[in-house]
Ligand binder design. Structure first.
Ligand code: SIN
Length: 305
């Protein structure tokens, strides 16, 4: 019988999972309990794990296909395991890491691609003595608590997601920034999306949206500010204070998150992330709507790489 214990950590999201050693292959029973809890609580925290990259990859793979990281600058990937994105504020190859200030505005992973991630598994390898927390928001609740007139307004709305809206991207190494922009042309997604497993609808808004389609800039900015403020209201948020060895797994199909820069930047913060590839391609490219599918974009990137 499974020894797993699931304890809620927050009202809107977050649960702690104990009684499982992620270094070992998951039994089918443990896998189903975790999967069920993931759908229910959106963010799962597995404390006191100490995984090798191989073990993190193996665990993540049980929940979906791993993202091949075509959208990322190669210098930001683990040198021996391209399935792992290294989020670090340490120097890499004698220069500032391309991820030193990653995640500093509210976002849903890879919404600047046509296939936002299904989820992610983040492992805390080094952390500052205080701060460096991460917050997640439940976007089901964000949608469900909108009033009917606003819900009507956004039901069929689409938004332009743009990698250049990543907060602090311009402070990164220019070669990394150019690479990120080249790999990720602006992409359009619906504002209301349906979770492929739960069938529940959620609000896909975040701070990496440039504008809504068919609206003036003024209308777009006002509506976006209102929706973003609503979507990240404290009552929808779980805030995680990291401990070394934590593994946190989130459902990216109904949430957004932000990595807080509230720590001494001279202290290392290192996280290894595996992303799960989205099951559905919900986006279409803005600039070349006629023929720009993911394949042709990737071929174009490969041709000039
Ligand atoms: C992310 O935005 O995926 C990373 C979150 C973090 O570093 O806390």
């Amino acid at each position: 019988m499974s020894a797993i214990n699931i304890t809620p950590l927050g009202f809107a999201a977050g649960a702690q999972v104990t009684g499982v050693d992620l270094r070992k292959p998951l039994s089918n029973e443990d896998h189903s309990r975790i999967h069920e809890a993931w759908l229910e609580h959106i963010v799962l925290v597995f404390p006191e794990q100490d995984l090798t990259p191989e073990q993190q990859i193996e665990f993540s793979r049980r929940f979906g296909v791993l993202d091949a990281h075509e959208s990322q600058a190669p210098s930001t990937l683990h040198p021996d395991h391209r399935e792992i994105l290294v989020l670090t504020n340490k120097m890499v190859g004698g220069k500032k890491s391309g991820t030193y200030n990653s995640g500093r505005n509210w976002h849903t992973d890879l919404s600047y691609t046509s296939r936002p991630a299904k989820g992610a598994v983040l492992h805390c390898k080094e952390k500052p003595p205080v701060g460096g927390d991460t917050m997640w928001s439940n976007l089901y609740l964000a949608l469900e608590t909108l009033t009917p007139p606003i819900r009507g307004l956004i039901e069929n709305l689409e938004a332009l997601h743009d990698v250049s809206m990543i907060r602090g991207i311009e402070q990164r190494d220019p070669a990394d920034v150019a690479e990120m922009k080249r790999r990720n042309p602006p992409v359009i997604h619906p504002v209301v999306r349906t979770h492929p497993e739960t069938g529940r609808k959620s609000l896909l808004v975040n701070q990496r949206i440039r504008r809504f389609l068919g609206m003036s800039d003024e209308e777009s900015q006002s509506l976006l500010a209102m929706l973003n403020a609503h979507a990240t209201s404290p009552e929808f948020v779980y805030r995680h204070r990291w401990s070394l060895g934590d593994v946190v797994m989130w459902d990216n199909r109904c949430s957004c998150h932000v990595a807080l820069g509230d720590f001494d930047q001279t202290k290392p913060r290192v996280m290894f992330r595996c992303s799960l590839e989205g099951e559905i391609e919900t986006g279409r490219f803005a600039d070349n709507a006629a023929g720009a599918d993911r394949e042709s974009m990737l071929q174009a990137v490969a041709a000039v790489s």
